[in-house]
Ligand binder design. Structure first.
Ligand SMILES: [Zn+2]
Length: 472
């Protein structure tokens, strides 16, 4: 597999042609989204809300993705274009949780969902043990529909906090059941294992129960794109057993691209279903694996997942242009990994020659290479790593791999990362493998967006959404 291709532009082209042929469009063209005029804050009342989350996005990640897209396709990211056009309300957001300056995704999304800061690790339970009402309930009571779309398991912390209550975020089997009981209308992402009788701890066939309750089950990209005109109102789309593969691996592996839709494709399908409710909807769309790339200090994973997320801003922009009564919020819940481009060489003159060829040359995530390691012969694996990371595996490294495999977890991926050495190859370095505490980027447009101040707390978004949708 060549990695001299242009994954970003291929993925964009593929997205355009795939959606155009699948009858997903509510407008005759997608071209020229960047030149579409965005309606500003026309009054306070919104029919619908689209909430876009680039999970675990450092400002450095945001910048790097924009530089890289310029290098690959002479374009700026959709997010940067919004700022260039001065078309949006922009803010910095403080992301703390109740018990830490550095939040996790569960507490961060709970803050948006309920307006209350809680301890890391819980979903919509206050530190005193009381249960908080997720925003899904209030939106539903207003007659609207709700949808959760993500590249992680759909039961993962960020989408879960919009609709579920669990004291420990890892209770994902429970979250899958709560979505059904609480009638979340659209669920698209990974995490089939939390719905399947074979892999759920209680052995219950939740997929069957969802279907009995009127949900259309989608289990491949083809099924998502070719649903036809019936456009079911309730959708359960599960495209991978756990988190969806990284975009960099989707771009490189045809069998993954065939199975797994892009985040923007899932978002379009969700909008087609949700917009059938004349009262409106709340749709949360999460680029959830940007965070995982940050935890793994994996430059290729982070950049390509950030670009896949960026496509969703174009979709939101187009939708809101045709439905101006839509409030759109674009942000992240926290930074992760501290991704940052560093000046290289004397006077930093080597920077551009380092970063762009360095990222071009990465052809797989460390996670993907770890996942195929057990199934490949030693020589095959050595050749693959050479091709995708330009890393040579000698006798000594082979032994280290065997030891790492026995350890389990991410030990093999961590070894590959250390051998790859992304700092020297790309100029990108990391502060840790943990979440970070920086103030983060946020922008919004549409009814109610002007109420967002220049510097806000994560809890401040809750009343903004509540007021825009006139939730009681
Ligand atoms: Zn994380």
């Amino acid at each position: 597999m060549k990695h001299s291709q242009n994954p970003a532009s291929i993925s964009r082209r593929g997205f355009l042609s795939a959606t155009a042929t699948a009858g997903l469009l509510w407008s005759p063209t997608l071209a020229g989204c960047g030149s579409m005029e965005i309606r500003g804050d026309d009054g306070d009342e919104a029919r619908s809300v689209i909430f876009l989350v680039a999970d675990g996005m450092n400002t450095g990640t945001w910048t790097l993705a924009d530089y890289y897209l310029q290098h690959r396709s002479k374009q700026r990211t959709e997010w940067v274009q919004l700022y260039q056009e001065r078309a949006v309300t922009r803010a910095l957001m403080e992301t703390c949780s109740a018990n830490s300056r550095v939040t996790d995704s569960a507490a961060a999304a709970s803050a948006w969902s309920t307006g209350v800061r809680i301890d890391n690790g819980a979903i919509n339970f206050a530190p005193d043990g009381s249960e908080l009402e997720p925003i899904h309930r209030r939106v539903q009571q207003s007659g609207r529909s709700t949808g959760l779309v993500t590249t992680t398991r759909v039961t993962h912390a960020t989408p879960a906090a919009f609709a579920a209550n669990v004291k420990v975020r890892g209770e994902e089997d429970t979250i899958a059941r709560q979505y059904l009981e609480r009638e979340v209308d659209v669920l698209l992402g990974g995490g089939e294992k939390n719905f399947s009788a074979q892999t759920r701890a209680d052995g219950i066939d939740l997929k069957q129960q969802y279907q009995a309750a009127g949900y259309q089950l989608l289990q491949s990209r083809d099924q998502l794109l070719n649903m036809g005109e019936e456009r079911a109102k309730r959708l359960l789309g599960l495209f991978w057993p756990s988190h969806l593969p990284y975009s960099i691996d989707r771009n490189q592996q045809p069998e993954i691209a065939q199975q797994v839709p892009t985040l923007a494709e899932m978002m379009r399908r969700a909008l087609s279903s949700l917009e059938q409710n004349r009262h409106g909807f709340l749709l949360q769309v999460e680029g959830g694996r940007i965070d995982h790339g940050g935890h793994g200090n994996d430059v290729g994973a982070v950049v390509h997942d950030q670009l896949a997320f960026d496509e969703c801003i174009a979709v939101a922009r187009e939708y809101s242009q045709q439905h101006p009564e839509t409030l759109v919020i674009v942000t992240t819940d926290h930074g992760c990994g501290g991704c940052q481009l560093n000046g290289m060489g004397s006077g930093y003159r080597d920077t551009d020659q380092t970063v762009f060829p360095g990222i071009d040359a990465i052809g797989a995530s460390y996670e993907y290479l770890q996942s195929v390691f057990p199934s490949l012969e030693t020589e095959q694996f050595k050749a693959l790593v050479q091709q995708r990371l330009q890393v040579e595996i000698d006798e000594k490294r082979q032994q280290e791999l065997v030891v790492a495999r026995a350890k389990g977890g991410y030990a093999v991926a961590n070894l590959l990362r250390s051998w790859h050495g992304s700092y020297a190859r790309t100029g990108v370095n990391w502060t840790s493998g943990n979440h970070t505490g920086e103030f983060v980027e946020l922008c919004a447009w549409g009814p109610g967006s002007a109420a967002i101040g220049q510097w806000i707390r994560n809890t401040d978004l809750h009343p903004v959404i509540g007021k825009a949708l006139q939730l009681s």
